[in-house]
Ligand binder design. Structure first.
Ligand SMILES: [Zn+2]
Length: 526
């Protein structure tokens, strides 16, 4: 990531002034480009800023528009919205319309801006021209996108949770604050897989402090199983539209049919929001959902341009500041050092020294050490099987079928493997007390709990001794294929080949069943 600038001063910068040098640099990179010598050939490379992502507040400043609660706050259409009561004050609501409002275009934004400058009055929510419009190729209505981290997770989802759990709504049919302890008791039992870094925290008195990634896990995996039979069905079904729509748009390969389905789900969600709750909840974040699929159609999945990476980089930047001196100088000094060490690591030819450099920049936990190649996977620290170890008859039969023998001398025991871009643990792994990375989805959608892995010494084939789950169908009928329910099939272990294991799943256990959720993509991590 390249840090272009930091604002250090009282209040916010005048955005057109602050961003002008950036726009000038970007214009140069587009019009003149830079010469690069590749294999003795001079190649002129040009660069474009194709996507800009920010929260609603920043967007209003950067694009010289009214704030999100002002009239005509939407960047993509000319819906004015209406003022409605909200608590003791007022706010702006964007009612759903069956025919989409007239879209904004590059041209009508330009003419509104010119009219606003001439008259000194805001026109269709536009105050002035944004410096970004000086980029010849840049169209704010297509190149500025909707950030799901702020809009959905910290916006709509947090708002819904306040409606469900805050006691000021205790007279409402959707209020479930009295049962928050039941929800928390389910959350308490959740052991997320290793790739969800944060352990879930309870809702009661806490959710206002949740990080965006905690809201993401709650939205995609925990909330529906935890709220089933607690939130009234009509509200749960309505909420599941948001869950499924977001899940689809977070995918890795999104088809045209997926896009159409996501659009339908999100529109149905928005259309019913004010009917089920109240007008004030349909603010700009909710309204933006009707434009979200268009952004994904143009620029790919939500994770590819969300604010998550930038927010986490903000965290890195904050770590650079020590004491009260010149903060900007400290940040640039520290980031320059990091870049220098990264470059030294790439150029370094000595293994030990390179490892040392990499540890400095990535941390020692960043890489998995000590893996050994096996058939279609990597195994970690295989160990001798103890003499007292005994296989059940079924396991023996399966081992003979898959490896030709069940003699323990021919196998080593393995606690952890890596395959298909994932780590997979066995239940025997002592480091997984608060984690469950041993419930694994197989390529045929079967779910298994891995007791331990065995590697056959001569063929290097790896098998998992495991228990199979009995499928009970999707959590919500005919919907949400990523959340399936199961019960344990039997206590008898069986054996499966490791190359059939696909990925760990997120498990939520309730009284009656086990809900297993798959992740939408293997790119975005906490
Ligand atoms: Zn709109």
């Amino acid at each position: 990531m390249v840090l272009w600038g930091i604002w250090q001063g009282c209040g916010k910068p005048q955005m057109n002034m602050f961003l002008r040098p950036l726009v000038e640099d970007l214009s140069q990179l587009f019009q003149r480009g830079i010469e690069v010598n590749i294999q003795q050939t001079e190649i002129r490379t040009r660069a474009m800023m194709i996507v800009a992502t920010m929260d609603l507040q920043a967007r209003a400043y950067v694009l010289q528009m009214t704030q999100h609660n002002g009239e005509h706050g939407c960047l993509y259409c000319l819906e004015p919205g209406k003022v409605v009561k909200s608590g003791k004050g007022n706010c702006r609501s964007y009612p759903y319309r069956d025919v989409d409002p007239e879209p904004r275009t590059k041209e009508n934004i330009k003419s509104d801006a010119q009219e606003a400058i001439a008259s000194g009055k805001r026109v269709h929510g536009i105050n002035s021209e944004s410096v970004l419009s000086c980029l010849p190729y840049f169209d704010v209505t297509t190149n500025v996108v909707i950030d799901y981290m702020h809009g959905i997770l910290l916006g709509i989802l947090k708002k819904l949770m306040s409606l469900w759990f805050d006691s000021k709504n205790s007279k409402e049919p959707f209020y479930i604050g009295k049962r928050v302890d039941e929800v928390d008791s389910i959350i308490k039992t959740i052991q997320p897989p290793y790739f969800l870094r944060r352990l879930p925290r309870k809702i009661n008195g806490n959710y206002n402090h949740w990080k965006a990634s905690e809201f993401r896990s709650w939205l995609l995996y925990f909330s529906l199983p935890a709220l089933q039979n607690i939130l009234p069905d009509i509200y749960l079904t309505h909420y599941s539209l948001l869950v499924e729509g977001t899940f689809i748009l977070l995918g890795e390969g999104i088809s045209e049919a997926d896009l159409r389905r996501a659009d339908l789900l999100l529109r149905t969600f928005v259309r019913n929001l004010n009917l089920l709750y109240r007008d004030s909840i349909v603010g700009l974040n909710a309204h933006n959902l009707i434009h979200l699929t268009r952004c994904v159609r143009m620029w790919g999945p939500l994770w590819a341009w969300s604010c998550f990476v930038f927010e986490s980089f903000n965290g890195e930047i904050k770590k650079c500041i020590h004491g009260t001196g010149n903060a900007c100088r400290q940040i640039f000094w520290s980031l320059q050092c990091q870049k220098k060490v990264e470059a030294m690591a790439v150029q370094c030819k000595e293994d030990q020294l390179r490892d040392f450099y990499q540890c400095m920049t990535e941390g020692s936990n960043a890489r998995q050490k000590g893996g050994e190649d096996a058939y279609q996977c990597v195994v970690f620290t295989p160990a001798k099987i103890q003499k007292t170890f005994n296989f059940s008859n079924i396991v023996k039969e399966e081992l003979v079928r898959l490896c030709g023998t069940y003699d323990t001398n021919n196998f080593m025991i393995v606690k952890k493997i890596s395959r298909n871009g994932f780590l997979m643990f066995s239940k025997q792994c002592s480091r997984v007390v608060k984690r469950n990375s041993y419930t694994i989805k197989m390529v045929d959608n079967t779910i298994v709990e891995v007791e331990h892995f065995l590697i056959h010494k001569s063929s290097r084939k790896v098998v998992a001794v495991c228990q199979k789950f009995q499928p009970l169908g999707p959590l919500i009928r005919n919907r949400l294929q990523h959340l399936q329910t199961f019960q344990l099939q039997s206590v008898e272990n069986t054996v499966v080949r490791a190359e059939l294991l696909q990925e760990p799943v997120v498990v939520v256990k309730t009284d009656s069943k086990i809900c297993c959720g798959v992740i939408p993509n293997n790119v975005e991590r906490d």
